[in-house]
Design a protein around this ligand. Structure first.
Ligand code: HEC
Length: 189
């Protein structure tokens, strides 16, 4: 009997130890699970945020339309323009134009003093009817329009230059042309 009771008691003790031990193991893991869970959630959220960041960037890039947004008015652009940068950009014009005082005709007319000069008036140059029919003098606004896309501003022009779509760059060139134009009118306000 005694042996049997001992066995039973031992069995119960063993079972208790098992239960307590299991509890310890399980409880021991619970805090781990709790601490792991937020980390997993944070990682998952991080992942979601990163993924969400991509469409946001794409949206920003599409919204980078600010570049394509309404351009700054010409007076502001001219006020911020750089004659030095314009001089650099004007090298592209020199394929066809002389820019110095007394310069002659190349593919196009000499551009020294062009700001404020009557349009299509350089002596000896055979202007197209398109430019001849523009009328008036070269104002800042007219140059801005013409230089954006000559073929659009004066359909049929002989100036086979694609144009300067960048509004700031255009202002730089116009500021440079102004610097070589003694009869240039005051800058527009
Ligand atoms: C591929 C040659 C070529 C290039 C490059 C070129 N032009 Fe011209 N440009 C011409 C020709 C040709 C004319 C005459 C247009 C006409 O009669 O239709 C002209 C006319 C002009 C006129 C009108 C002049 C006047 O007396 O009425 C201006 C202003 C002008 N160009 C500015 C520029 C500027 C600024 C650049 C550089 C950003 C430039 N052009 C680049 C060929 C060129």
């Amino acid at each position: 009997m005694a042996i049997t009771l001992q066995k039973i008691a031992g069995g119960i003790l063993f079972a208790l130890i098992l239960v307590v031990g299991l509890n310890l193991v399980v409880n021991g893991m619970m805090p781990k699970d709790d601490s792991v869970a937020p980390a997993v959630i944070a990682a998952a959220e991080g992942g979601i945020q990163m993924q969400a960041g991509q469409p946001a960037e794409i949206g920003a890039a599409a919204g980078a339309g600010p570049a394509a947004a309404p351009e700054e008015p010409l007076p502001q652009r001219l006020a911020a323009a750089s004659v030095e940068k314009g001089r650099e950009v004007a090298k592209r014009c020199q394929t066809c134009h002389t820019l110095n005082q007394g310069g002659g005709i190349k593919v196009g007319p000499n551009l020294w003093g062009v700001v404020g000069r009557p349009k299509a008036s350089f002596p000896g140059f055979a202007y197209s009817d398109a430019v001849k029919s523009l009328g008036g003098t070269w104002t800042y606004a007219d140059l801005d329009k013409f230089l954006t896309k000559p073929a659009a501003a004066a359909p049929g022009t002989k100036m086979t230059f694609a144009g300067l779509p960048d509004p700031a760059l255009r202002a730089d060139v116009i500021a440079y042309l102004r610097s070589i134009s003694p009869n240039a009118p005051p800058l527009p306000k």
